[in-house]
Design a binder for this molecule. Structure first.
Ligand code: DC
Length: 231
């Protein structure tokens, strides 16, 4: 009976810290981890590799087909910077999947209803004993509306752009803060205003605004919420 397996849903825009929170919770509770954003990124990558155009009226049928038949694997690593190893058609692809370009492609394919339908069952299949931490945009609203705990993490677009800027600087990757802000802002708009499963907190989600918080404070708040719900 999978509906008795606990689910913790962690939703929010990119750069809100939800990836760190989800990975922390899955380690803490020894739960499985669903990185649903990675699935959309993989669909985008597979589509590009097939030569599909993702901007302006992409081919919905071809994209839906890719999502339905996505040949992917995920395996946890012990590296906090890169907690999931992943393959597409047997090939390791996480360095390609984690780029900002792959994030933009993911946001484009994520607005296509046939892609969301195609990934629905695959996402639900991650609900396995002893429990699941599901990270995404619609975990608490669409994929696991009955989740035991729902966290919605947010932060201002300026704060999120600055975090990404510092991450990239740390890796010696030069980008402009202004360009990053513009790209995050555009992605937010697309994710929030699309017709299918737009980014929004579930009515019963705990909303945490991390704009002025460091990650320890966020983790403490999240831990307090989850402990109260799950023990
Ligand atoms: O969390 P992420 O940055 O890896 O997500 C990449 C894109 O995928 C994001 O811009 C929106 C989309 N996405 C989605 O629409 N629904 C999800 N459950 C997860 C991600």
């Amino acid at each position: 009976m999978t509906d008795q397996i606990p689910v913790i849903a962690v939703d929010g825009p990119s750069g809100s810290g939800k990836g760190v929170v989800a990975s922390y919770l899955s380690t803490q509770y020894e739960y499985h981890l669903l990185d649903s954003g990675a699935l959309y990124r993989l669909v985008g990558l597979a589509a590009r590799r097939q030569g599909l155009v993702l901007e302006n009226r992409p081919d919905q049928e071809a994209l839906g087909d890719i999502a339905q038949h996505l040949d992917v694997t995920f395996a946890p690593t012990n590296d906090p910077e890169n907690p999931l190893a992943m393959t597409l058609n047997g090939e390791r692809v996480e360095s390609e999947v984690r780029t900002d370009e792959a994030g933009v492609d993911a946001s484009l394919v994520a607005a296509v209803p046939s892609v969301r339908d195609g990934l629905f069952e695959l996402q639900q299949s991650f609900r396995q004993s002893p429990g699941l931490v599901a990270d995404g945009r619609d975990m608490g609203t669409v994929i696991f509306p009955e989740a035991d705990v729902k966290i919605f993490l947010t932060a201002s677009a300026e704060a999120r752009a600055e975090r990404r800027y510092n991450q990239l600087k740390h890796k010696d990757i030069g980008v402009s803060l202004h360009d990053l802000f513009q790209s995050i802002h555009a992605r937010d708009e697309r994710d929030r205003t699309r017709e299918v499963s737009p980014l929004r907190p579930a009515d019963d989600a705990f909303v945490i605004d991390s704009t002025d918080m460091d990650i320890e404070e966020v983790l403490n708040q999240v831990q307090a919420i989850v402990t109260e719900r799950l023990g």
